[in-house]
Ligand binder design. Sequence first.
Ligand SMILES: [Fe+2]
Length: 329
Amino acid sequence: MTRPAATAAETDFHERMHAAHMYGLWELASQMTRHPEPKAIPYMWKASVLDAMVREAGEAVPVGEERRALQLFNPGLDGRWATTNTMIAAVQLLLPGEVARAHRHTPTAIRFIMEGAGGYTAVDGERVYMAPGDLILTPSWAWHDHGNETDKPVVWMDGLDVPLVQALNAMFFQFYTEPQVPLSKPNNASVQLHGHVSMRPTWVKERPLSSPLLLYSWEKTWQSLGELRDVAGDDYDGVAPARDSRRTATPAAPSTTSSRGPERRSSTARASRGSGGTSSRSRPGLCTSTPTCPRVTPPSSSRFRTGPCSRRSASTGRKSSRRTEVTRR
Ligand SMILES: [Fe+2]
């Protein structure tokens, strides 16, 4: 129904109300949506472009106060420092002999190693050595630095809940007084203590809020996925085991939920091995996906959709109802 033109009195009232920093709820009704309508769009940063930019960054930008990390800005978020609504993904390069100086921050970080073995992330005095496919955790407010003592570049994907922390107005950041935090634990100590299925170090009494295991190795992940290859898995997510901490019964990184497989939630993904595709058209590279329907069992009167989640095409903006399909190998 066409709304009648505003009268002069209505227009005058609205102008004075806005000048006083007030808006009527009747003006904001369109923001009360029946279901989430994310602004982030499915998008893929092609490996060919990423690789070239990362290599060039190694020549053009020294590691200084800040890391040499290329931040992936979602084209749908109007220049926000965000890859999805709650996460920022980045690709970081550390050349042979380089050190990325120690700092800490309230956002939680994960590292997904893309290239190069033998670099390390040091977390609270423990060096965690990295190999392709590994997942490394850096809990909120933990001191951490990175080093590459090999003769080859090391590249990894960073994932941090920066947009979420910013929305909570909880961003804190601090440099350490020295380039690196002194080592206080053996290398890969968390793996020695907590990396064994069904065995728990009874003498360790600490109960951290985040996972005490800092390294989830690709080798063990690949073995687990292989043993699950014939399992049907979830109707929507397929075979996507999450990395939970056995000690805390919480996700390995609470605000990020790391898993292997296709995601229906807002996510950033990178294929580690094999080939396949998603409805957001991923090929080798990094891609985001954006859900637009709630994953709930609705009451019969609900107007929520069920079934395959619609996704907007990155290239056309049109919605697609194709299910995510990933080749299992
Ligand atoms: Fe950091």
